[in-house]
Design a protein around this ligand. Sequence first.
Ligand code: NAP
Length: 365
Amino acid sequence: MKRVGFIGWRGMVGSVLMDRMIQEDDFKFMESYFFTTSQLGSSAPNVKNGFPTLLGAMDIKELSKMDILVSCQGGDYTTEMFPALRNSGWKGVWIDAASTLRMKDDAIIVLDPVNRKFIQESIDKGVKNFVGGNCTVSLLLIALDGLFKENLVEWVSSMTYQAASGAGAKNMIELLDQMKTVGQSFAANPSGEALELEKQMTNLMNGENFPKAHFGHPLALNVLPWIDSELPSGQSKEEWKAQVEANKILQTKTPIPIDGTCVRVGALRCHSQGLTIKLKKSTSLSSLEEIISVANPWVRLIPNNKPATLKDLTPAAVSGKLHVPIGRLRPMTLGDTYLNAFTLGDQLLWGAAEPLRCVLRQILI
Ligand code: NAP
């Protein structure tokens, strides 16, 4: 039985991965070891064939005993520990949620519903580094899988609405803290006029004491149109990832342009995207709906009407679910090759944990 080490298993992505692996009974295929940067020697999660005590995530000697390492710890950890491990001579398989290694030539971006066959070929060839894609990119590719397979897409503009939990556990808790602060202020003055309340809340969120250590800005009652670092192109790094990662996953010879503005919103979980899709040729709406809806087992077409949209095409409806709905499909007034769409998905499931779970299982079985 292979020895598999998990790092970052108690973070947002890691805990969703643990839940899914327990649900699918994956632990029976491996001996599991759990690593920590902060709780060395404490009890490990209780899973089948699991080692009971937490090991040190900075301990190269312990890490090197693993055949496979799965890291959901984040980019800083990968940047520090991955080269150190490889330089120490470790030849195991590295599976990662962080973006650090995604664009490296020796790393495969894994997205089971879209590139399972290529992943298998890579495993067979002895590739050792497998990385989950950016959450928004993975969800976009699952939703538009049919259009890409039919070579119908000339370009895509994607305007995102990304949930607080996409920035990690501490940030999601901070959003709730901000909301609590707002709620307490409202409770102290519930009978104010609407405009008076708006002023009170605007002052509150812009005030010194509003909790914003992690986001740096108010997210409750606000939107933040910048995610990740700044690039010389004027894009945010999150925006840059869309085109480069999507084309790497799709293995395109001529890159398909994908660009837009990435925005953090006060949703708790699930990333949403408003899409303008430029098609290579005019195609009837009914054909496009058919092509999109049968592409993979996870995409789900939502009819373009108000009740279905508001019931099934929201983070509230999709959080914790594996399907990836797409709706608001309609031709645009821009021209007959322009398609409007709105899609969303659980960024912790198919956006992060599930592709890692699938490749781990593919390697083990
Ligand atoms: P996270 O929630 O911040 O967890 C990372 C680590 O932080 C944990 O493993 C834990 O390490 C430590 N930690 C400190 N305080 C914690 C707390 N209150 N609760 C839980 N853990 C806490 O990070 P993440 O969002 O899972 O992201 C991990 C990686 O996946 C990142 O590279 C991220 O970019 C990528 N990713 C994230 C998402 C997403 O939606 N969040 C989606 C796709 C990819 P110790 O146990 O060692 O202390």
